[in-house]
Write a protein that binds this ligand. Structure first.
Ligand code: ATP
Ligand code: MG
Length: 215
């Protein structure tokens, strides 16, 4: 039975220290911005893998109708299928109630041996909110945080000082600037504009087949 994800369920169980990147997000839909940043962080930090964890019900996105978890999960799975050091987990989607990163990190911590470390990857815009996340003290103790640059958000050095003063281990990694978002893709689909090359072909096929983002 798969607990966390097919590719990473045995990570660290042979006693070898490992570092797992975790990329949380709504992924509605997943796009090249998410994929390229995970790939670049994976290489730069020498991670053993990156686990994409689509959120169940995102607490910050209650204002719009998020696509069903099963669709967002399916699109992530299609997008990462050909990358052996990426995988996707349904742990947040399977959990009832609002989604908090702290619960996910607790679940991962409970599953993996202590020598498997977690690096939570987040775009600069999401990192900006981190001090407002649920149970931030414990959050800071469960993972190190990796901010990635994202067009539209500039993070001042003083912000990183503040995060570190609050107990977070955090670093910023510069990734290729890709000025696109899931909202941008959704808007384009709604307007019958092409999203070819903005995400993986299999994801586009899924969006068309399921009729997503056309109200
Ligand atoms: P939406 O427009 O629906 O908010 P999004 O593109 O921001 O979609 P999310 O699912 O909200 O995607 O983001 C998941 C994570 O990926 C967040 O940490 C976000 O900051 C990061 N991210 C998304 N797009 C990019 C990008 N182009 N460059 C860097 N980081 C990104
Ligand atoms: Mg976003």
């Amino acid at each position: 039975m798969v607990t966390i994800s097919e590719r990473f369920d045995s990570l660290g169980f042979d006693g070898t220290p490992a570092r797992l990147g975790i990329m949380g997000g709504t992924f509605d839909p997943i796009h090249i911005g998410h994929l390229a940043c995970a790939e670049q962080v994976w290489q730069q930090l020498g991670l053993d893998g990156v686990l994409f964890v689509p959120t169940g019900r995102p607490p910050f996105k209650a204002h719009r109708n998020v696509s069903p978890g099963e669709d967002r999960l399916a699109m992530c799975a299609l997008a990462i299928a050909d990358n052996q050091h990426f995988d996707v987990s349904s742990i947040e989607i399977d959990r009832p109630g609002p989604t908090y990163t702290i619960d996910t990190l607790r679940a991962l911590r409970a599953y993996y041996p202590p020598w498997v470390e977690f690096s939570f990857i987040t775009g600069a815009d999401a990192l900006e909110n981190i001090l407002r996340w649920h149970e931030r003290e414990e959050l800071a103790s469960l993972a190190s945080f990796v901010g990635v640059t994202r067009p539209g958000t500039v993070l001042e050095p003083s912000f990183f000082e503040e995060l570190r003063a609050s107990g977070f281990s955090v670093e910023l990694i510069e990734v290729t600037a890709l000025a696109l978002s899931s909202s941008y893709l959704r808007d384009r689909v709604a307007q019958d504009k092409t999203i070819r090359y903005l995400t993986r072909t299999a994801v586009i096929k899924y969006i068309i087949e399921q009729g997503l983002y056309h109200d």
